[in-house]
Structures are given as C-alpha cells and as structure tokens.
Design a protein around this ligand. Structure first.
Ligand SMILES: Nc1ncnc2c1ncn2[C@@H]1O[C@H](COP(=O)(O)OP(=O)(O)O)[C@@H](O)[C@H]1O
Ligand SMILES: [Mg+2]
Length: 358
C-alpha cells in the first residue's frame, strides 16, 4: 500500500499544507525544528489513532488555533481510501467521510511501521517499552486486541482500588475472587496474542540479524524470549492467588501480563546489560525489520515505512541492508541532510522550511 496525499490544517506548525507522495522513496529534508517529524506524526496519527510522541491530543493543534484537521489519502491493492482526524475539544476519526465511534475501527486501515532514533529505548529501558512495542504491533494487526488491553487496564485499576480498601477500610478480601477470575482470563488471552507474535518475530529476526552482522569479524546470534508469570488461565490464577497477601500490603497487583517482558539476547547475553551501543543499534534494526516482515506477511501487502531521522543512526552497511530490504515499500524518510541519499527516479524530495514544503 502507499500514502498518496496528506492534507494538514492547523496541525502543529502548519497552516494549510498538501503533500503528494510518490509510491517509492520520499525524502523530507530541512533544518531542525522545521516540521519534518510533524508530517510523520500526522500519518502515524491516522494509522494508529494517536501520536507517537504527543502526551495530549491538544498539543497537535497549532498554537493560536482551537481545532485542526488531518486527512491521509491512501491506495491499497484494490481500492483507495482516506482517513480524516479532527481535533477540537475531542478527537474524531472518519473513514472515507464516515464518522467512526471506536478507535479500533480506524486502526489497521493504514499499515505503517515507524523507525525512530528513540527505538533504542526498546532495548535500553525498562520492560514497559518492550510491552508497548509488541502491543502496538499486535494492535495494528488485530483490532480486537486493543479491547482486551483496555479491559485488562480497567480490571487492574478496579482491583488495585479494592486492594487499598481492604488495607485501609478492612473490606473482605474474598471479594477479590471476582477480580482474580476476570484478570486470569484476560491474562491468558493476552498471553496467547503476545506469545504468538513473539514466535513470529523469532522466526524472522535470526536470519535478518545474521545477514546484517554476517560479514563482520564476529557474527552475532540474536534471540528473543517472552517472559510472563503464567501461560494458561489456571497458572495465572494460581500465581495471582499466591500473591494476594503481598498485593494487599502493597496496594497493587504484582502478578499479571502488565509485568511481562521480552528479553533480547545477543550471543546469549541480555543486550540491555551487555550489548555495546553498536550492538544494541543493530539489534533494534533487526527487530524492526522482523516486525516489517511479520506485518507484511499478515496483511499480504507492503506496509508504509516511516523513517524519522533513522538513517543518520545507521552506518553505510546497515543503511544499504535496510534499503535493499524495503524496495517494495513506500518509504517516507526525514533527515537534515539530503546528501544522505542519492537522487534517482524512484525518489521524491521535499524541502521543509518556514512551515512550508517545497
Ligand atoms: N502545536 C504547535 N503549534 C505550532 N507549532 C508547533 C506545535 N507543536 C510543535 N510546533 C513546532 O514544530 C516544530 C518542530 O517540528 P518537528 O517536526 O518536530 O521538527 P523537525 O523538522 O526537527 O522534525 C518546532 O518549531 C515547534 O515549535
Ligand atoms: Mg524531527
């Protein structure tokens, strides 16, 4: 698939902007703070229903305005379509002009994968970044999963509130049985999704990684391992019940899929602790490329790649491997230096300056 056009109205630093992309490589270049990432952000918003960096939707509206509009026109194998997002006091989405009531109804219509320098935090930072990575990937492919995550969040919140009431107000602990039952059911369902997608990533990442590191003096082996406090409903329930006394003392739930992790190993050692900066960067490139292959297989089409300042993270060799692997995809790249990529007939260049794109 590819993005044909983007229209921005009072979005971030843009007043009125129309951008027509080509179906292959699009390079958006210009100095810092000119509005390159804002364009990537607008596409991501219409794909995943939210920004990858704004804390509040209102931050997306131009400073002196009270509403904004983003429209993304896309082309799939057999049809065209568009997604519109309007933000004023609230955020509303439209698919081909028809208002949508649920966020899950727009997610997955535009399939895109974003690469940013910040992705390194998936390896370097805590498990919440890795859960977010796998959750966003699954959400883009299986909208039902979003509902499961929301249900889970609600049950945890209610259970945690009740845990505090047991401690502070002496409420009976047996009532927890109801939450524990719901929690363990949701845990096992979410586990199934996460486990199956980690397996899919595993089936891709090892080959990709050895291709990237293959010619170096020391070829590397990469492994992924999904870790959870259970797998079946019964195991989760057992572990949740075992943890009940501690939960009551602490006032929050210690067992469940909100504690899951995906460990990334390089040469059998956790990359987060023992990987060099270079190894971690290569591992993240392999992980994102594995994601790309899994998503392509699942949708039977080529997702759009959004590379935000990502090329500058890669040395010549890695850049080459990446570009080689994404020939079939539409790519939208932002960079400060146009020279990073040679001009040819498959590329379209956009120069961004003073809130205008030339
Ligand atoms: N809500 C907003 N209204 C107006 N300008 C904004 C808004 N949010 C961000 N900006 C401006 O957008 C610019 C940053 O855009 P960005 O796309 O991140 O730049 P870059 O070209 O470096 O990727 C900054 O100049 C910032 O002040
Ligand atoms: Mg930027």
């Amino acid at each position: 698939m590819y993005i044909d056009k983007v229209y921005l109205e009072n979005f971030r630093n843009y007043d009125n902007q129309e951008i027509k992309f080509c179906d292959n490589i699009n390079v958006i270049y210009g100095d810092n703070a000119m509005g390159k990432t804002n364009i990537i952000e607008s596409i991501y918003l219409c794909s995943m229903g939210k920004s990858f960096r704004a804390k509040k939707d209102n931050d997306l509206i131009k400073f002196d305005k009270d509403n904004c509009k983003i429209q993304v026109d896309f082309q799939k194998k057999d049809r065209t379509g568009n997604i519109t997002c309007k933000i004023d006091k609230q955020k509303t989405f439209f698919v081909n002009g028809v208002k949508q009531n649920k966020l899950s109804d727009i997610i997955g219509k535009i399939n895109c994968i974003i690469f940013t320098p910040n992705d390194i935090s998936i390896i370097q930072d805590g498990p919440d970044n890795r859960r977010k990575f796998i959750d966003m990937m699954i959400s883009g492919l299986r909208p039902n999963y979003i509902q499961l995550l929301n249900d889970y969040k609600n049950v945890i919140e209610q259970r945690n509130n009740y845990l505090k009431q047991i401690q502070n107000e002496g409420k009976p602990s047996e009532i927890l049985d109801i939450w524990d039952e719901q929690l363990s059911t949701l845990c096992s369902k979410i586990y199934e999704y996460r486990n199956s997608y980690v397996e899919k990533l595993k089936s891709k990442i090892e080959d990709i990684h050895s291709m990237i590191t293959g010619n170096s003096k020391e070829p590397e082996i990469i492994k992924l391992k999904y870790i959870s406090t259970g797998d079946t409903k019964e195991k989760y329930l057992n572990n949740i019940i075992k943890s009940r006394d501690i939960d009551i003392v602490r006032g929050y739930t210690n067992v469940g899929i909100h504690r899951d992790d995906i460990i990334i190993y390089i040469n059998h050692k956790p990359a987060s602790r023992f990987g060099s900066q270079g190894q971690q960067r290569t591992a993240i490139l392999s992980l994102k490329m594995a994601e790309l292959q899994v998503v392509s297989d699942e949708i039977g089409d080529s997702p759009v790649l959004l590379l935000d300042d990502f090329m500058s993270e890669l040395d010549e060799k890695r850049r080459k491997v990446l570009l080689e692997k994404i020939k079939e995809n539409q790519v939208i790249i932002t960079c400060t230096d146009k020279i990073e990529l040679k001009e040819d007939k498959n590329k379209k260049f956009f120069f961004v300056e003073n809130r205008k794109i030339g």
